[in-house]
Design a binder for this molecule. Structure first.
Ligand code: AMP
Ligand code: TRP
Length: 343
């Protein structure tokens, strides 16, 4: 039983790719494997951000994680900024990270990493390492773009353990068995993403059903009329088959077989039906959640997360030659708990 962690950055409204690629695997695995799911709000500060939006999206992401089936009785769900140990371990790990190592990270370069970038964009992989190491995680399910960051996490954990004595569990990256990668409906050559410039081809989890249907019916397909699964030659149709396959747990090639002799219109109708059938109940559960419900879960999650995380930081502090740190008086919560309105 390996401990797993998933982080969700509140940088945009969640879309179907997030659901299929990241949320659903966590929901399905939470009963078999100890699971940590957190809102990575500190990570949203590494690029230009709007404070009110980060706050609203953090609440939305938390609510959607609950509505899609994250069970706080099994998984640990909390907001990163509520657990100060993330920040403390971030700094301690910076002391075992070299500048060159951070500078080599591909995402730093891709996101514009130049003289004008925030320093936190350079050090963000170290914060991610802290997120993972705090919880003694063994497996980090991530897409290819995050692989390098998990490798850095391993390097830092091993280096720390070697220099200062056994302190951290060394994690490894794992990749989803079925690598469902959903493409933008309007531009099948690119990934469906929550920050894509145009939203015409992005199915947001909270889009009303008529909007979802319209976006699917307007999806760019390819020339030809036969429904066949050929991702290279016919990426638009293949993407529709991937979506339908993912939502019905079937192989997209088998799904294509159902549409023999039928046109693209029938396929689109079936995709729209499946998307709406999946998202409508999630939207219903989301709407039924109050701010208070969400804050209660997050506050409880933060308290439980801090218990584990504070123990890890204490180990790291002592290994580094610092004191064990201040201990909260017995019985007092590890983090301030403010139930009610979003903070
Ligand atoms: P992001 O929204 O890019 O920060 O990604 C958050 C998580 O959702 C990551 O685990 C991604 O791999 C996953 N994800 C995002 N977009 C897609 C997509 N279009 N298809 C599959 N997985 C995705
Ligand atoms: N960096 C991840 C992303 O951009 C989000 C993230 C932050 C994360 N900390 C994490 C993912 C820890 C897994 C584990 O998607």
């Amino acid at each position: 039983m390996s401990r797993r962690i998933s982080g969700f950055k509140p940088t945009g409204p969640l879309q179907l790719g997030n659901y299929v690629g990241a949320i659903r695997p966590v929901v399905r695995g939470q009963h078999e494997q100890p699971t940590v799911a957190f809102i990575a709000d500190l990570h949203a500060l590494t690029v230009q951000h709007d404070p009110a939006l980060v706050q609203a999206l953090s609440r939305e992401v938390a609510g959607l994680l609950l509505a899609t089936g994250i069970d706080p009785g099994h998984a640990l769900l909390y907001r990163q900024s509520d657990v100060a140990a993330h920040l403390e371990l971030h700094y301690l790990l910076e002391c075992v990270t070299s500048y060159g190592e951070a500078h080599r990270m591909i995402q730093f370069k891709e996101k514009g990493g130049g003289g004008g970038s925030r320093l936190s964009l350079l050090t963000y992989p170290v914060l991610m390492a802290a997120d993972i190491l705090l919880h003694d995680i063994e497996e980090v399910p991530v897409g290819n773009d995050q692989r390098q960051h998990v490798e850095l996490t391993r390097d830092l954990a091993e280096r720390f353990n070697e220099r200062y004595g056994p302190t951290f569990t060394v994690p490894r990256a794992v990749h989803p068995a079925v690598a469902a990668r959903i493409a933008d409906l309007a531009e099948p050559g690119r990934k469906m993403g929550k920050t894509n410039a145009s939203t015409a081809g992005v199915l947001f989890l909270l889009d009303p059903p008529d909007v979802l249907r319209r976006k699917v019916m307007r999806a760019v397909t390819d020339t030809g009329t036969e429904v066949v699964y050929e991702p290279q030659q016919r990426p638009g149709v293949a993407n529709l088959l991937d979506i339908l396959g993912a939502l019905t747990d079937r192989d997209p090639r088998a799904v294509a077989g159902d549409f023999q002799g039928m046109g693209y219109g029938r396929l689109k109708t079936a995709v729209a039906d499946a998307v709406i059938a999946t998202l409508e109940p999630i939207q219903g559960r989301y709407r039924a959640l109050t701010d208070e419900d969400i804050e209660t879960v997050l506050a409880d999650g933060a308290e439980r997360a801090a218990e584990h995380a504070d123990r890890t930081v204490r180990r790291a502090r002592i290994a580094l030659g610092l004191t064990g740190g201040r201990r909260a008086p017995a019985g007092s919560p590890a983090t301030p708990v403010t139930a009610g309105r979003p903070r």
